[in-house]
Design a protein around this ligand. Structure first.
Ligand code: SF4
Ligand code: SF4
Length: 387
């Protein structure tokens, strides 16, 4: 007699996928056109059809505790070719967003980041922190002495900046690391349960070798360039990714120079840095790349009616675009000598930075880490996902 399997659908999971942009899921009639159309799906157990079936049955663990939804690069080729307009690319994106909610702690914060009604609270957190801590410590000065020229640290001390950004960074790294540990553990347990591996634990040396093999693919965005329908997304993501790398280098150098210079007899070296300084060039080039890259993403999403843009998509694009724009306006208004405007821009810029860092483990930016982990695990497990 055939084995009987009891399926227990998680109805809340299906509803959540709908809220996160996968509300056309039920239109799927399982023709498999999407799996054939996908340029990067493996021949062995290809996606996204099996994820469409599992999701419509509410089999949450099957898709959330799997690496496959993360191997998808959301090019949209499958959605364009789907005869039922079930938008499989959007369903996979919703699964990824749901996975981040599942693996991130505290969960209420992960859910708040996906809820537009909670946006005012998320904005109020850094504003209140800056104003309260700045007033108590005296490190926020609304009437700074500008006799030596406009400098943002005279308005909002660099100590005050780092008092917030360093703990936010430590919080984000810890949340992300714990989430990734749970995620990789779960995909391995799933692989064990499905008989895809017989190793009880992940072998560290093999996993590190897989990391080394996968890094070039990530740095060159090779998978994005293999998509056909939405090729412009490759340039937008490439620019945005490298702009963040550039801005991270700039911030790290400024941080080290500033705090290292406290040891000098001349005292601390505060900004603004000279325009001819190579670090300033890198900052300006990265800022422009961020505005152009995120601007292209906004244009692409507005021009593609067959691709659904959920709140979670606009949340991250909005912060990244705001970060680039407020950074550039802070610089330009300082050069123009508009002190009140440049200080206001700087305050907004710091809110964007806080948003990006503190909420990183809960936004689409965390995809970079989860996708990397999934790609590494797939490489480690020998799942070739390039045709
Ligand atoms: S999502 Fe569309 S293309 Fe894929 S199996 Fe369902 S109906 Fe077919
Ligand atoms: S969005 Fe692109 S990469 Fe993802 S499943 Fe569809 S075709 Fe494949």
């Amino acid at each position: 007699m055939a084995e009987r399997i009891l399926v227990e659908p998680d109805l809340k999971f299906i509803k959540d996928l709908g809220i996160l942009g996968g509300d056309d899921l039920k239109k799927c009639y399982q023709c498999a056109t999407c799996s054939v159309a996908c340029p990067i799906s493996p021949d062995n157990k290809p996606f996204p059809r099996k994820e469409m079936i599992a999701s419509s049955w509410g089999l949450k663990d099957k898709v959330v505790k799997s690496a496959d939804p993360w191997l998808c690069h959301n090019c949209g080729d499958c959605s364009t070719r789907c005869p039922r307009k079930a938008k499989p690319a959007d369903v996979l994106a919703a699964i990824r967003a749901q996975a981040i909610v599942e693996y991130s702690r505290p969960r209420w914060l992960a859910e708040a980041v996906n809820d537009p009604k909670k946006l005012p609270i998320l904005i109020a957190i850094p504003v209140a922190l800056f104003l309260v801590v700045g007033s108590i410590t005296g490190l926020l000065n609304f009437k700074p002495d500008l006799s030596g020229g406009i400098a943002h640290y005279k308005f909002f001390s660099t100590w005050l900046v780092d008092m917030h950004m360093v703990p936010a960074m430590l919080f984000a790294v810890t949340v992300l690391a714990l989430g990734l540990k749970r995620f990789v553990g779960d995909i391995h347990q799933n692989a064990l349960a499905e008989g895809k591996t017989d190793q009880q634990t992940i072998e560290v040396a093999g996993f590190v070798q897989a990391v080394i093999r996968v890094i070039p693919t990530i740095l060159t965005h090779k998978k994005f360039s293999e998509c056909t329908e939405n090729k412009d997304r490759y340039i937008a993501h490439f620019l945005t990714f490298w702009s963040f790398v550039g801005l991270f280098i700039v911030t790290s150098v400024i941080f080290l120079v500033l705090y290292g210079s406290y040891l000098l007899p001349t005292g601390p070296l505060h900004g603004p840095w000279a325009q001819i300084n190579p670090i300033k060039w890198l900052a300006n080039i990265s800022g422009i790349a961020l505005i152009v890259g995120t601007g292209m993403m906004i244009k692409s999403r507005l021009n593609k009616p067959d691709q659904k843009s959920a709140y979670k998509d606009w949340f991250l694009i909005g912060i990244a675009f705001g970060l680039g724009l407020t950074g550039m306006l802070t610089e330009l208004t300082r050069i123009a000598g508009w002190a009140p405007v440049t200080f206001a821009m700087y305050f907004l810029h710091l809110i964007c930075i806080f948003f990006l860092i503190a909420y990183l483990p809960f936004t689409k930016l965390a995809h970079l880490a989860y996708r990397t982990a999934a790609m590494v695990y797939s490489e480690y497990a020998g799942r070739k996902f390039v045709k």
